[in-house]
Design a protein around this ligand. Sequence first.
Ligand SMILES: *Cc1c(COP(=O)(O)O)cnc(C)c1O
Length: 411
Amino acid sequence: MRPALLHHVGRLADDDLPAYLYDLPGLRAHVRAVRAALPRRVELLYAAKANSDPRLLQTLAEHVDGFEVASGGEIRHVRGLLPEARIAFGGPGKTPAELAGALDAGVERLHVESEHELRTLTTVLGDRTADVLLRVNVPVLLRSASLVMGGCPSPFGLDPAQLDRCLRIIAADGRIRLRGLHVHVASGLDARAHLALVAQIMAWADRWARQQGITLAEVNVGGGMGVDYTRPDEVFDWAAFGVGLCRTLERHPRVTLRIEPGRSVTAYCGWYVTQVLDVRRSRGQAFAVLRGGTHHLRTPAAKQHDQPFEVIPDQSWHHPWNRPEVRGEPVTLVGQLCTPKDVLARRVMVDRLRTGDRIAFAMAGAYAWNISHHAFLMHPHPAFHHIDDPAAPVVDDPAAPVADTSAGGPA
Ligand SMILES: *Cc1c(COP(=O)(O)O)cnc(C)c1O
């Protein structure tokens, strides 16, 4: 945890925990580096569903080309915050009202997932036009993806054989412009695997377009850039990815590529900070019970991993009994929920963990709070602290204006 963030945690009272900290300078530096690594003919959209916290979206808006959204709610949210932002609307089940709302909101691209959806679009268009990408379940071979969504039976997108009928509907309608294809088939890929995927997608798209006698202006190759929760320091190799995409673009000189990562953009900027309420032992194994739990940070339960964390020791024990603790042994970190599934990290080795210590869970900026079941057991919601220190404060000076501590829920 950066000193500015630690300093902020130090100023929180026990009852201010659990809290989410969002590291805005960290996010800014990260997205700048991502953008800088990409060739200019690659447009970077942020997939808002990963985390649509308003301050994060506003921070990202200066560095991305637009936002990918997946519901009418996300359209209204992003449009309300960022009236000028370019928005692409995807998602497997769009209602007629959502499609009409997307057109009203000036959404720039619609990612069409089926023939029925395309026909529905023709009924809400009126005298407007729409720029669409057809989402295709391209046949690709994938080895290392943690979440495969394509190349096998899937509720997402069109089978290649279904594209012909869509082309006929588009040609007959006249108000729909086909800009190209959209392919999001996997998550959790490293840069090499993702480049191999892009190569397969582009080869397939090229062949398909030539057979149809159409020119593809655009191919959106999706998100899914890997985030390794077991190695927080090993981020997706954006530099290598950018170099690889350069080569791809050389082979496809007239195509604009788009990518729409979510997790790999915001995962690292979020921290879920809490406190050890109790340390206990059961049949030889150590458990630490924390304030909060997976109803605030569902990521480890959803992905079945150990959420990486740092221990922030607390020196101010003032009870007349011995402080429950573990030393140099594996401990399981659980929350306050009355279910054995409320596990944030399982049998992880610690040097020392004492009741009262604080725990800062890292990589809690994507698919974290917003995928959690907040209402279960009616515990208080965490506060949200957006740490911004653009003036690079002197972190050793406790009087330094380190943080903007505007707290409140993420919308
Ligand atoms: C979820 C999603 C993304 C973002 O995926 P990440 O794994 O967060 O990068 C991009 N595109 C589509 C269509 C999605 O469903």
